[in-house]
Design a protein around this ligand. Structure first.
Ligand code: ADP
Ligand code: MG
Ligand code: MG
Ligand code: MG
Length: 399
């Protein structure tokens, strides 16, 4: 049995030679640590021609961006590898291919996606990938349908829920999404100029009750195997291609959480574009973001319904009209979780490049304000926004 040790570059090369699945392992000669995330080590492994060939990712026993004072389970590497492997079975075209993992070393080997770019970085620059929205919708429909009770045998489903118990990573989400931004907490970070807006969240009874409901459903609604962190920084894009990575928050939870995370990060970008680009480009970029959101929602819902019609195994769940009714519940959750994503990214600790790259401080504050306000609106109005067109109308109305 392998014992955990933190890899250096030489260890990563040796590991890739052994488990990288390449035809010519001795050609793998060097590694570069490229992790920009908050949690883990990521090594690109190069061959003797200087080409990157595979990626080795290892979990550290603590939160990388905080340090050893915040320990974190190594089991998340197993959960990430198994979630990605499971999602790959159902949607290979949009899931990174994990070819090997080792639970003791908390390490995995996966395909090298250097030909792609992180979607968030592209969105911040104003680059447009017209197929990306539909591709994300497809990924969500395939992975979430095929791991739900519509498709899985009840015995298999219960065994899968147990295999993907992920208490420590879920606790991070439970704290950072649903608690911190709505109380005074040392982890929160927002501009002083927004103090009164943030204080007003803490004393908004209707908002706090709605957030309690979202947290409760995050605890209790084991609807499907979620990615659990499917923001634009976990999505690689290239011309016509899209691949999801980084699934260490994977667990069985409410489907709307994944859909809401995906569209939430596009709406964060929507709120930030006026601070990132010149006015004409920003206006054009905002229209594109809304059409990305529309594409995600429409593709997700129509594909999920098609799959439900073709492949639902349970006789009661197959009753005509039930899948549509379930998707209405998913839509309400989507709006709510989208709202909590907008708030936790602005008031809470996990800030994103979209805001951080706005140089003008006054502009940055106004972009953050619009994001918090939109988040609050979505959480409060989730029962009254019928569909994605109504959502887009609301967003335009908010200005
Ligand atoms: P973390 O869990 O620490 O956030 P990620 O899985 O998001 O780690 O990876 C961090 C960064 O490493 C990504 O933003 C990306 O730049 C790079 N990376 C991760 N996986 C790959 C891959 N398969 N191919 C190329 N680069 C990758
Ligand atoms: Mg990441
Ligand atoms: Mg806690
Ligand atoms: Mg991660």
């Amino acid at each position: 049995m392998s014992q955990y040790r933190t890899f250096n570059a030489a260890d990563a090369v040796e590991y890739a030679q052994q488990f990288g699945g390449v035809d010519d392992p001795s050609a793998l000669v060097s590694a570069e640590e490229i992790g920009d995330g908050n949690l883990n080590l990521v090594f690109k492994i190069f061959d003797n021609q200087g080409r990157s060939r595979v990626v080795v990712k290892q979990a550290l026993p603590y939160v990388r961006c905080v340090g050893e004072s915040w320990p974190l389970t190594l089991d998340r590497a197993r959960l990430e590898a198994q979630t990605l492997i499971e999602h790959y079975k159902h949607c290979p075209q949009h899931t990174v291919n994990v070819t090997h993992y080792d639970a003791e070393l908390a390490v995995m080997v996966m395909e090298d996606l250097s030909s792609h770019r992180i979607w968030r970085s592209e969105l911040v620059k104003g680059a447009y990938y017209p197929q990306a929205g539909r591709q994300v919708g497809e990924y969500l429909a395939q992975t979430l349908f095929h791991t739900s009770d519509f498709f899985l045998h009840p015995h298999k489903k219960k065994a899968e829920v147990a295999r993907f118990i992920n208490p420590e990573m879920c606790e991070i989400t439970e704290d950072l999404f649903f608690n911190d931004p709505f109380i005074e907490h040392e982890r929160n970070k927002y501009p002083a100029a927004l103090e009164s807006l943030v204080v007003s969240l803490r004393s908004d009874d209707a908002l706090k009750i709605a957030v309690a409901g979202l947290k409760h459903r995050f605890f209790a609604d084991a609807e499907a195997l979620l990615h659990g962190d499917v923001h634009s920084g976990s999505i690689f894009v290239a011309d016509g291609s899209l691949k999801v990575i980084d699934a260490e928050f994977g667990y069985f939870g409410p489907i709307g959480f994944d859909v809401g995370s995906a569209i939430g990060n596009l709406l964060i970008n929507y709120c930030c574009l006026p601070g990132l680009l010149a006015p004409r480009e920003a206006a054009e970029g905002r229209e594109r973001r809304l059409s990305d959101v529309q594409d995600i929602c429409n593709q997700f819902a129509s594909r999920f319904l098609e799959l439900a019609k073709e492949k639902t195994r349970d006789v009661a769940l197959a009753y005509p009209g039930y899948a549509e009714s379930f998707l209405r519940k998913v839509w309400r959750d989507t709006l709510g979780y989208c709202g909590t994503e907008l708030i936790r990214r602005t008031v809470g600790m996990s800030h994103v490049a979209d805001f951080k790259q706005i140089e003008d401080e006054t502009m940055r504050i106004e972009c953050i304000r619009s994001c918090i306000t939109l988040g609050r609106t979505l959480i409060l109005a989730a029962d009254h926004i019928a569909d994605v067109d109504a959502l887009i109308a609301r967003i335009r109305q908010a200005g």
